[in-house]
Design a protein around this ligand. Sequence first.
Ligand SMILES: Nc1ncnc2c1ncn2[C@@H]1O[C@H](COP(=O)(O)OP(=O)(O)OP(=O)(O)O)[C@@H](O)[C@H]1O
Ligand SMILES: [Mg+2]
Length: 222
Amino acid sequence: MAGSPRRRLSMEDFRPTTLDEVVGQPVAVARLRRILAGARNGTVVPPHLLLHGPPGTGKTAAARAFGREALGENYEANFSELKAFDDRDHASLQRIVVASRSPPPGGAPFRIIFFDELEALSPDALNDLRPAMEGEGGWSVFVLACNELGGLARALQSRCTVLEFTPVAPDDLRRIVTLALARTPFRLDAETIDSIVERAKGIPREAIKLLLEEGGSRTVAG
Ligand SMILES: Nc1ncnc2c1ncn2[C@@H]1O[C@H](COP(=O)(O)OP(=O)(O)OP(=O)(O)O)[C@@H](O)[C@H]1O
Ligand SMILES: [Mg+2]
């Protein structure tokens, strides 16, 4: 943060870019690492993944980090992210399904299609996805993320490795706050950090928001 003028901070500055930076999700991250190991040593194509859990616990961050680590140099050309509300209509989903059956560009072993915020998709649209998940060739790995598994067809769940994201333990939340704080010019006393950890109730996004609120209100840009 040295030098001036100082850039304004936003939530985006704290988005994890590697799985190491996804803190407090030991079970989900350990499974993602095992899957990555198989993908990297060339023995298996990753399974389709379904990440679920409360808002702000790291699903989008983990999906992108997984994509980066699984695809390496092929990431730019072979990772696509679709927010469900952008691609709700039948025709665009059909296009994705058809495209998912062709080999990925650049000689990559597979592509990753990340459907974030799955709950915005209608049941019909979700049905369109199902055959794509059984596409010949295994060229396309679908990563799906949602808050609640409840409304999702069992058939869809059963085609995925299902990974649960949970609220994180207080010590992990403290680590997230401390690491984030080190990337800011803010100085916060131990009491304020304790209060952020308590008020965030296990939700990292909430903790970062509180950090920006507390730090931002006490610091003047200079
Ligand atoms: N496990 C985590 N470790 C470190 N930072 C996290 C973690 N989870 C969330 N964050 C912080 O919160 C921000 C939001 O997280 P993210 O978008 O991945 O949540 P999400 O689970 O996808 O939420 P939603 O269900 O609302 O889409 C991240 O950019 C990061 O700053
Ligand atoms: Mg998300």
